[in-house]
Design a binder for this molecule. Structure first.
Ligand code: GAL
Length: 658
């Protein structure tokens, strides 16, 4: 279990460092990330490397029991580089070069930039690749920029040629006869700015993924030339950010990590849990929270401070979802620079800010629990599927302004989280062995691999599959399937979508599986048509727009004679109905219910050793006291107390039970 912070020793006189590191140690920190924006301090002039200061910072940290994660500094190229080599600057969609000094101003496709990146990273790896004090590397920082340079444009055309083989094939898949888009050569194809042909737009997103993959591979290769294999390599992702396909980038990384910020307002565990689960799903193993906010940020509309105790709750929530590390961003704000007012542990006066005390408590508690948490990980019976292709295609054709694919997934996630049923979020093509229930929200674009996995899941594994609205309308080229939704899943769904409706007003929906249930569908509705006699209608629309009236809203199809079942949900249900549907699904799929009775706002989750021993987290996310009823006896790792029966948790209270 690692606990630490991002520290920028290059901002401070070296005489100050020992005091900072002493306070880190006293807060229980055992890891520190450094150097990820330090290029101008590491190579102040072209070819002149100054690594001694970094070596001394690493030594000081190590002397205090603090391991180092080294960031490659490539998110912030120095002024000498961008000035002498303007082709390293990213080009904005309007054709202007990005301004120096706001970081991420580089072009990830520039061959000149690649040359300088390779050099600085190789130099760092040569110096620190064998260093046992450095446990891992973070490549760059939060990849995000899209470069619209001529060079990127040419590379895109080249990529398309490689993907499609012939211009005829591309024209056929993109249906370019439409609006005379037909291309006679790859070099006629534009870089999409704003809306464009759906095939082109989806291909561009995949190309951007390729750009980052290659940029990352270049750095990984530079590190691996000199590093010991024990040093792992990661990148700090940004939760639901969709600038590229995270699964593709994670193929080359040893560890997934993410930067977790609340911004304005407060932490909602039924939402942020999904971002942790998403990150855990990138490599299907535990992950790191590489950055999180100590109190407040500086970039949100209102930079409020988290309530006292809230960050501690958040820390345990992350651990319960599989985080093996938590690092606060940042230790102390630089006196200059764009982030002067961001939350930090140390104040402008060099002394601890109030939040430091809470960090000390978290550090001490994580250290106490580290032993029992070793080699433990969440293990769940429910999986949610995530597809970047589907998200990109949907976002480009929301058809209803509120059809946000992430909000749609979270709408399904929330009632599982509030029932304390743990969920894995995995790639839509992932192996689904071991799950009882799979929720596939809005798989607008469907690949053959996904269809095969889902079919296997319901036929061989006899699982329960939930398909939601907007599923199976497009092939992998973002063209409409020549059959109705859910396209190639119609057979296992036992139903198809006769018509879809973006809703300007909610429509009534009533459940046939729980007669008393009535609610609404909003945003989206689909008129379903059963395709088999075995298909059962479990909810219907009420009187609505004339087209939906009394039509099937949700169907259930038992697959084969003793197979699984597919539930097709034809609208975005109101909260109460969604909750009722979840309750029914959990039962119908035979998902094990959480044995600890907990009131709203109290999260109960587990991590398991490989031989099945559990560590149970009980986290009161409420500001008020709450109580839970334990079915047996447990020992609280944090306090040593033995707990049984009714256990009272104060506001933001946490129990870690074995
Ligand atoms: C992150 C970034 C950090 C810092 C932080 C401020 O996105 O990686 O360097 O800027 O935001 O909240």
């Amino acid at each position: 279990m690692y606990f630490g912070t991002a520290w920028y020793p290059e901002h401070w006189p070296e005489t100050r460092w020992p005091e900072d590191v002493r306070m880190m140690r006293e807060a229980g920190m055992n890891v520190c990330r450094i150097a990820e924006f330090a290029w101008s301090s590491l190579e102040p002039l072209e070819g002149e490397y100054e690594f001694d200061w970094l070596e001394r910072a690493i030594a000081l940290l190590a002397d205090n029991g603090i391991a180092v994660v080294l960031g490659t500094p490539t998110a912030a190229p120095p002024a000498w580089l961008t000035h002498h080599h303007p082709d390293t600057l990213a080009i904005e969609p309007d054709g202007r070069p990005a301004q120096h000094g706001n970081r991420c101003h580089y072009s990830p496709t520039s061959p000149t930039y690649h040359k300088y990146v390779r050099r600085i990273v190789e130099h760092m790896a040569r110096r620190f690749g064998q260093d046992p004090r450095v446990i891992g590397w973070q490549i760059d920082n939060e990849y995000n920029r899209i470069d619209y340079s001529e060079n990127t444009h040419r590379q895109f055309q080249h990529y398309l040629k490689e993907q499609y083989g012939s211009i005829e094939a591309l024209n056929a898949h993109w249906h370019t006869a439409y609006w005379s888009q037909t291309y006679t050569d790859f070099d006629e194809i534009p870089l999409p700015i704003g809306p464009h042909n759906p095939g082109l737009m989806l291909a561009f997103r995949r190309f951007i993924t390729r750009v980052w993959k290659e940029f990352q591979q270049l750095q990984i290769a530079s590190i691996r030339m000199y590093s010991r294999p024990e040093q792992w390599i990661t990148h700090n992702f940004m939760g639901w950010f969709d600038g590229f396909d995270h699964y593709v980038l994670c193929e080359d990384l040893d560890l997934a990590s993410w930067d977790w910020y609340v911004g304005t307002g407060h932490h909602d565990y039924t939402r942020t849990g999904a971002a942790h689960d998403l990150t855990r799903g990138f490599k299907r193993r535990n992950f790191w929270v590489m950055e999180t906010q100590p109190g407040s940020v500086n970039w949100a509309p209102v930079n409020n401070v988290l309530y006292r105790g809230e960050a501690r709750c958040m820390a345990w929530h992350a651990v319960a979802h599989g985080a093996d590390a938590l690092l606060y961003w940042q230790w102390r704000s630089a006196p200059g620079g764009q982030e002067q007012l961001h939350g930090s542990l140390i104040g402008a006066d060099g002394r601890p800010r109030p939040f430091y005390q809470e960090a000390c408590q978290i550090g001490a508690e994580l250290a106490r629990a580290a032993g029992v948490l070793r080699d433990t990980t969440p293990r769940n019976e429910v999986a949610f599927l995530n597809s970047y292709d589907a998200r990109w295609a949907l976002d480009a054709q929301r058809h209803h302004r509120d059809f946000d694919p992430v909000a749609h997934l979270l709408h399904y996630y929330r009632p599982f989280a509030s029932r304390n049923i743990g969920v894995d979020i995995v790639h839509a093509e992932a192996d689904l062995s071991g799950y009882r229930l799979v929720v596939a929200p809005a798989l607008f674009v469907l690949s053959e691999a996904t269809v095969a996995q889902l079919t296997r899941f319901v036929t061989e594994q006899k699982g329960t599959l939930v398909l939601t609205v907007r599923t199976g309308q497009k092939d992998v080229h973002n063209a409409l399937f020549p059959v109705l939704q859910p396209g190639p899943l119609r057979e296992i769904a036992g139903a198809e979508v006769e018509e879809f409706f973006a809703l300007d007003e909610p429509v009534p929906v009533y459940g046939e599986w729980e007669a008393s249930l009535e609610g609404q569908g909003r945003i989206w509705a689909e008129r379903l048509r059963p395709l088999s006699e075995r298909t059962q209608v479990i909810a219907r629309f009420g009187l609505a727009n004339g087209w939906l009236d009394n039509g099937p809203a949700i169907t259930r199809h038992p697959v084969g004679t003793d197979g699984g079942q597919v539930v097709l949900v034809g609208t975005w249900l109101s909260e109460a109905l969604q909750d009722a549907l979840t309750r029914w699904l959990v039962q119908a799929a035979g998902v094990t219910p959480e044995p600890i009775e907990a009131p709203p706002g109290v999260e109960v989750l587990r991590r398991y050793t490989s031989d099945g021993c559990a560590v149970t987290f009980v986290i009161n996310h409420n500001r008020q006291e709450a109580s839970v009823v334990l079915p047996g006896t447990g020992q609280d790792v944090l306090t040593g107390e033995t707990c049984a029966g009714t256990v009272i948790l104060p506001g933001y209270g946490v129990r870690v039970l074995v």
